[in-house]
Design a protein around this ligand. Structure first.
Ligand code: CTP
Length: 442
């Protein structure tokens, strides 16, 4: 459990300075300021978290303007929500809001927001562990405000709602409850679990704007153990907001295990490769048993981007034919390259997760380690100099040379040029063989 003095010693200088300035702004503007949300929770648990949420009694946007001015930091205002974000650097951002109360006109709607006291601001929140505040003003000097017993629930490892309507008001809290439960290895307190199950059984998750459930789902899939998150949701019967056809079983959970291993393998072996979305691989694995039209329906309803949809569809299209070809011990590097190059990293990682066959896994590893990095010494410029007119033929010729290079048939610029000569000769007839002497000298 936390020790404020010890903690303050450990935090980076930029954050310390931020807290000093918040205190200063609070004094000058006479607006009490509080750290709220996940930061107090994680701080008490001993974790460092630089996503700071500050709420002020008064006017959050004005407070943020003065603070950003003192810090010389960038400020993004969201006037409609009366909030603002101060960007300290790429790692630290501070959301500043005005204390408010929320009323939900009907279940799963967006709330009607109006100014409120700190108590009301804490009461509108999801769980007791997320409804604590640290007073940042001079008079409060990091005093913990814990009206609803959040600290005790943290100590006991309990997820507890603040009132009976919590899940009805905002059903995305069903997903949040599971996420925090798994993340901290907590228990959902019995009455909260009852309310949660009632909300699931009434289909409330299906009533929420799908973009909101998508965002929460992605956060779940970005947690340390996405498989456990989905298992728990499935056990609660809470996956139908994705598709009522989803019934993940042993096959899916085994695939998750392999995906987990392959993601670690990929990150350890290729730390400098282009970024990939690990959450998307788990999601694609979850959706794999569904038919393609259903997968597209899910992707569209959740408002995934076209790119994300394409990646998930391509994961679904991994078939036995592709797997068989990659298992073939006699497959050439150029064939492996041809099969894997069009696929996203997400699809390649999922593909490597579907079979334990040694040759298959080595072929994919070779693609990533060797073939994918192979570059030709010649380029389109060389073809131009040889009198080939630009057009689709360029790519065809370059592909042939690349295939030869991958298969070890050509190993140098000279050999690549010689091969082009042979390709063109074959195409044009002997007498039109181009003069390559100028190129060879380069
Ligand atoms: N909150 C809520 N109901 C929601 C979403 C958020 O009451 N549906 C409140 C909680 O008090 C939460 C705070 O808003 O702590 C900030 O939300 P968010 O940044 O989404 O969550 P964190 O608690 O910071 O969780 P994480 O550590 O995953 O960022």
């Amino acid at each position: 459990m936390y020790n404020m003095k010890e903690y303050l010693k450990k935090i980076p200088h930029a954050i310390k300075r931020l807290f000093v300035l918040v205190k200063e702004v609070s004094r000058e503007t006479k607006m009490p300021a509080y750290l709220v949300g996940g930061f107090p929770r994680d701080l008490i648990l001993g974790a460092m978290d630089w996503d700071l949420d500050i709420t002020v009694e008064g006017d959050g946007v004005k407070f943020a303007e003065v603070l950003a001015g003192k810090l010389g930091a960038a400020l993004i205002k969201h006037e409609r929500f009366r909030t603002a974000t101060v960007i300290l650097d790429h790692r630290v951002k501070v959301d500043i809001a005005t204390t408010r109360k929320e009323i939900y006109p009907f279940s799963a709607s967006l709330p009607l927001v109006s100014p409120g006291s700190l108590r009301e601001d804490l009461f509108r929140r999801d769980f007791t562990i997320n409804a604590m505040a640290f007073g940042l003003s001079e008079s409060m000097d990091w005093e913990l405000i814990d009206i609803f017993g959040g600290k005790d629930d943290l100590a006991a490892g309990k997820i507890r709602v603040l009132h009976d309507l919590s899940f009805k008001d905002d059903p995305t809290r069903i997903l949040r409850a599971v996420r925090f439960k798994q993340r901290y290895n907590f228990k959902i307190e019995p009455k909260t679990l009852c309310l949660l199950k009632e909300a699931v059984n009434s289909g409330l998750l299906e009533k929420v704007n799908p973009h909101r459930t998508r965002d929460e789902l992605i956060l779940m899939l970005k947690e340390r153990n996405p498989s456990a998150q989905l298992k728990q949701l499935s056990a609660l019967g809470a996956l139908s907001f994705i598709s009522d056809k989803l019934r993940p079983g042993k096959l899916t959970y085994d695939l998750f295990k392999s995906v987990h291993k392959e993601i670690i393998w990929f990150m350890q072996n290729f730390p400098f490769h282009r970024q990939f979305e690990a959450w998307l691989i788990y999601f694609a694995a979850l959706l794999r048993p569904l038919a393609l039209p259903e997968i597209k329906k899910v992707a569209r309803r959740l408002g995934l981007s076209k790119k994300e949809e394409q990646k998930i569809v391509s994961c679904r299209k991994i078939n036995q034919r592709l797997i068989r070809r990659l298992k073939n011990r006699h497959i050439t590097p150029a064939e492996i390259f041809g099969l894997l190059k069009p696929l996203s990293y997400e699809t390649v990682i999922l593909l490597r997760s579907v079979s334990h066959d040694n040759a298959f896994r080595k072929h994919i590893a070779d693609f990533l380690k060797i073939y994918n990095g192979v570059r030709l010494c010649i380029s389109g410029d060389d073809l131009f100099r040889l009198g080939v007119l630009p057009g689709p033929r360029y790519q065809k010729i370059l592909n042939k040379v690349l295939a030869a290079r991958l298969n070890g048939k050509v190993k140098s610029r000279q050999e690549e040029l010689a091969l082009i000569g042979r390709i063109l000769m074959h195409k044009n007839g002997e007498e039109k063989c181009p003069d390559m002497s100028a190129l060879k000298k380069r």
